[in-house]
Design a protein around this ligand. Structure first.
Ligand SMILES: [Zn+2]
Length: 378
């Protein structure tokens, strides 16, 4: 058996204990104090094997960079592992969704997305150290504090370090049956406001121009920008407008989620939104927003990295497949810079952002071993 796999199997209970510790330290994106508590816990858990440097952001929790102290001569270049400390779950979720082991899985808020992935990487680095397996490059784990809310505070930090890295390993949840993610759609938000003319719905109906009626017509047009065959989706997600039923609505607003598989699709959508005109000339349209994360495209560099990982997985007796997904991650930023990026290298499980969030315990050793072999083999 592969020595790293054997090591990871022997450390199974330590891995579970670390994941449990991480899950039981709740860290919702919008609670800087909670995210910082988790960052401190993570820093503490690697202090014997890494140099940890915090990077403070204005209003958010702190981002961390951990440089691992690994055997081997460090040549030029480095490998970047990317993760995030925040979760979508509010404080107190543990009381209704406790971290528990049941039916071969570990359950709990953030266990899959992505505290399991962070713990696996740390276990992988411990394996390299304990087994004295040399690495050729410097290895940095960057843990961002605000991935679930668009990475506003961490994006520049991620891009800066990715540019200096030979490859990026993203510890986000795996796809179905452990698939890694070799392409992700780009994600954007558009915000549309209609300004109409208020009037008494009974006394002066014809003097009013309803922002709601106007928006209803615009919504259909906007949703029509979707091009399913090209993978472009445009989804009106939130709508609000009006004040009282007897007032012709003066204002209505709409938030629209957009997803694109290719960077060039951003221009297509920008043109579509810019071309919107009011049906009722008395209404005004205000349009803002655009892309937040560029797509992660399956470049030649991504394909080479995937083939490498697939070969290493085969050595572990695991068949590794790839998948393309609609959700974005910080890997979108690094791939868009042309840095070979492999995503979904974290835990195998299901239910990200959902009540059934859980990971498969029997997949912890082979995922740990794959991460260790990738780091050693790049
Ligand atoms: Zn995530």
């Amino acid at each position: 058996m592969d020595p790293i796999l054997r090591y990871a199997q022997s450390k199974q209970s330590a891995a579970i204990a670390l994941i449990r510790q991480f899950v039981e330290c709740e860290s919702p994106s919008d609670d800087a104090a909670a995210v910082n508590r988790f960052a401190s816990l993570l820093a503490e858990s690697v202090k014997d094997i890494a140099k940890v440097r915090p990077h403070f952001a204005a209003s958010r929790g702190r981002n961390l960079r951990c440089e691992f102290l690994l055997p081997g001569a460090v040549k030029k270049g480095q490998i970047l592992a990317l993760g995030h400390s925040d979760t979508v779950w509010p404080l107190g979720t543990l009381s209704v969704m406790p971290c528990r082991r049941h039916e071969g899985r570990l359950w709990g808020p953030g266990v899959f997305d992505m505290k399991g992935g962070l713990a696996l990487f740390i276990m992988a680095m411990r394996a390299l150290r304990d087994l004295n397996i040399p690495v050729a490059r410097k290895v940095i784990l960057q843990v961002n504090s605000d991935e679930e809310i668009g990475s506003l505070s961490s994006r520049a930090l991620t891009e800066e370090i990715a540019k200096r890295s030979a490859a990026v390993l993203v510890l986000e949840p795996a796809g179905p049956s452990g698939r890694v993610k070799t392409s992700r759609k780009g994600v954007g938000d558009y915000h549309v406001v209609v300004r109409g003319v208020a009037a008494h719905a009974g006394l002066d109906y014809e003097k009013g121009a309803s922002a709601i009626t106007e928006m209803a017509r615009q919504v259909e047009r906007i949703a029509g920008f979707t091009r399913l065959a090209r993978g472009i989706t445009v989804s009106p997600g939130v709508i609000a407008g009006g004040t009282r039923s007897n007032v012709v609505a003066a204002e209505c607003s709409l938030d629209v989620d957009v997803r694109i598989p290719r960077a060039s699709d951003a221009d297509f959508l920008a043109r579509q939104f810019a071309a919107l005109r009011p049906f009722d000339k008395r209404c005004r349209l205000e349009i803002s927003g655009g892309m937040n994360r560029p797509p992660m495209e399956r470049t030649a560099g991504v394909a080479v990295l995937f083939e490498k990982a697939r070969g290493l997985a085969t050595d572990l007796g695991v068949e590794l497949d790839e998948c393309a997904v609609g959700g974005g991650s910080d890997g979108n930023f690094t791939a868009a810079l042309g840095v070979p990026t492999l995503d979904g290298l974290g835990a195998v499980g299901e239910g990200a952002h959902a009540a059934n969030e859980s990971i498969f315990i029997d997949r912890l050793p082979d995922r740990t071993a794959l991460l260790a072999k990738l780091v050693a083999g790049l």
